[in-house]
Design a protein around this ligand. Structure first.
Ligand SMILES: [Cu+2]
Length: 237
């Protein structure tokens, strides 16, 4: 009985130590722990630190605006900041989301897009350190296309075209009641990549480089979905 009475005191002491440690020794102002805060409103996009160290960086995005927002990290490509390195979408008003990305040395732009459309509000950041590694480059892409799958058709791809060499992130939102996937085939009929089967209500993605010009075809490879209408084509020029 005696020993059990002293136990809560001990637990309190142990818990209190890490809390005290967390309060001191934090040298980076404006960040939550090791995260770099991005505060988005309907008219501003504030990045707490604009000079960062190369490596794995966690941004904590807080949407303090009235509209849903999305935040992008753009890398530089031939003088323009239009190479998507990372993004987080559908951040509702009053909510926060984390965005983790590995950045090599160089300059980047962070863009908040209130209302999830347009070019957004850009803030340049400088990353100090070694140039980006191959792994991070692999995840970067030129732009994205959003498609939806239903029984039995794809939507969002009928007007899609691309230029040869473009690296596209295909995003597939499954708005149907069955599992669907998106397989893409090059002009020679060989598969160039796929968004693996996606559960109803979920979203899947794949970054695919459209190397050769020509007519590409796509389909859902599950069951007889393609024959029921889940197929199509697009042109790469
Ligand atoms: Cu399907």
């Amino acid at each position: 009985m005696r020993t059990s009475r002293t136990l809560p005191v001990l637990v309190t002491a142990v818990v209190a130590l890490p809390l005290l440690a967390a309060c001191g020794g934090n040298d980076s102002s404006g960040s939550a722990g090791d995260k770099v805060a991005i505060t988005a409103t309907d008219t501003t996009c504030k990045v707490a630190k604009t000079e960062l160290k190369a490596g794995k960086i966690a941004f904590a995005v807080a949407n303090k605006g009235d509209k849903a927002t999305e935040v992008y990290v753009y890398g530089e490509h031939e003088g323009a900041y239009d190479r998507v390195v990372s993004e987080v979408e559908n951040i509702g008003p009053g909510t926060s989301r984390d965005m983790k990305v590995e950045l090599g040395g160089g300059t980047y732009e962070i863009a908040c897009k209130p209302g999830q459309s347009g070019d957004g509000i850009h803030q340049k950041i400088t990353v100090v350190g070694a140039k980006s590694n191959a792994e991070a480059e692999e995840e970067a892409y030129d732009r994205e296309v959003e498609a939806e799958a239903k029984e039995h058709r794809f939507e969002g791809l009928d007007k899609f075209t691309a230029k040869a060499g473009e690296k596209i992130e295909f995003k597939l939102e499954n708005r149907g009641a069955m599992e669907h996937e998106l397989k893409i085939f090059g002009p020679d009929g060989k598969e160039v990549g796929e968004v693996s089967p996606v559960e109803p209500g979920a979203t899947g993605e794949a970054v695919i480089t459209l190397t050769e010009p020509g007519t590409y075809t796509y389909k859902c490879g599950i069951g007889d979905h393609a024959d029921s209408g889940m197929k199509g084509s697009f042109t790469v020029s």
